[in-house]
Design a protein around this ligand. Structure first.
Ligand SMILES: Nc1nc2c(ncn2[C@@H]2O[C@H](COP(=O)(O)OP(=O)(O)OP(=O)(O)O)[C@@H](O)[C@H]2O)c(=O)[nH]1
Ligand SMILES: [Mg+2]
Length: 162
């Protein structure tokens, strides 16, 4: 299977903005209403992660990708992922903190939330506004094993491993 990433996370966390940054597209994001398939990214509406009725869609779509990115907004005071949600997904899991540039960002808090959902794996700190961590993520998505991902993540400036 060609390497492909699916992005999941709450409404307004910056999934579409991150998708467009990863693809190098210079267009404005719009509210995501359904699964959107790009070349090597599947963008999901925040509702799919927030509403358990959609978990089945997430699980089914995960079968079509190699990497699942768990997106946590650095400005949010909550996490909507059920604890251990990633253990049900047998794919390469990467945690991503978005909006690290924001004046209300609390990156440590966001990392703490992701640690509760991601058993082991990298967490990448990003800002689509400042182009932080975007290249690091692009590289991690080219990796084809968790070992390769961990080895690479340990060399990246914006990544940490849990
Ligand atoms: N400061 C800052 N704002 C961001 C960043 N990424 C996204 N945003 C803002 O966050 C808001 C929501 O971004 P979206 O990309 O539409 O969020 P989403 O996760 O796709 O939302 P849904 O499709 O509704 O699930 C927009 O106003 C973006 O401009 C970032 O890195 N920094
Ligand atoms: Mg969106």
């Amino acid at each position: 299977m060609k390497n492909r990433a699916m992005l999941i996370g709450a409404i307004g966390t910056g999934k579409t903005t991150l998708t467009l940054a990863l693809l190098g597209k210079n267009v404005k994001p719009y509210k995501t209403q359904s699964l959107i398939y790009y070349d090597w990214i599947v963008d999901t509406p925040g509702e799919y992660t927030e509403n358990p009725l959609y978990y089945k869609s997430i699980m089914t779509t995960a079968l079509e990708v190699t990497h699942v990115l768990f997106i946590q907004d650095a400005t949010k005071r909550n996490s909507i992922f059920p604890p251990g949600f990633s253990t049900g997904i047998n794919k390469h899991i990467i945690g991503v903190v978005t909006k690290c540039d924001h004046e209300n960002a609390d990156v440590d808090r966001a990392v703490g939330y992701l640690k509760k959902v991601i058993n082991k794996g990298p967490i990448v700190l990003t800002s689509a506004v400042e182009n932080q961590g975007i290249q690091d993520l692009q590289k991690l998505i080219t990796c084809s094993s968790m070992k390769e991902i961990r080895d690479l993540a340990s060399t990246l400036e914006n990544a940490l491993i849990v």
